[in-house]
Design a protein around this ligand. Structure first.
Ligand code: 5GP
Ligand code: ZN
Length: 118
């Protein structure tokens, strides 16, 4: 049997996570290996493997994920200093969990372009 998707397990409440937001579309929780003082993942309740798989019908969901990032940025105190919201899509972008997730990162200045270390 294939391994269950860890992010589906978090949505279902079968796996622990430091959840800070839930609604009918998305769940948001702190990243287990934060790469910035604030590092949150916003994921859809529905399993979608990668951003390369999204369809026109997913437009509302993707917009809602970004609006959730903005809301959480305000709540977490990084809206004024700035933040990055990132989808890693596929191998070359470094995607390691195959359930789409929007990284919300802030609390430090970040370099550009995002070579290793940035
Ligand atoms: P990716 O590299 O796929 O864009 O990002 C996956 C992210 O998920 C990484 O930042 C990683 O630290 C985080 N992550 C992986 N497994 C878990 C987990 O079980 N719990 C939490 N909270 N974060 C996880
Ligand atoms: Zn999943």
């Amino acid at each position: 049997m294939s391994k269950p998707c860890i992010f589906c397990e978090i949505v279902a409440g079968r796996m622990d996570a430091d959840v800070i937001h839930r609604d009918d579309q998305v769940v948001a929780f702190h990243d287990i290996h934060p790469q910035a003082p604030t590092h949150v993942l916003i994921i859809p309740r529905r399993h979608i493997e990668s951003m390369v798989d999204i369809q026109p019908d997913d437009a509302f969901l993707i917009g809602h994920m970004h609006l959730t990032a903005k809301k959480l940025a305000h709540e977490l105190g990084i809206a004024d200093t700035g933040y990055r919201s990132i989808f890693n899509c596929g191998r070359d972008a470094g995607q390691t969990v195959w359930h789409i997730h929007l990284h919300l990162m802030g609390g430090r200045s970040m370099g550009w372009p995002p070579w290793p270390g940035n």
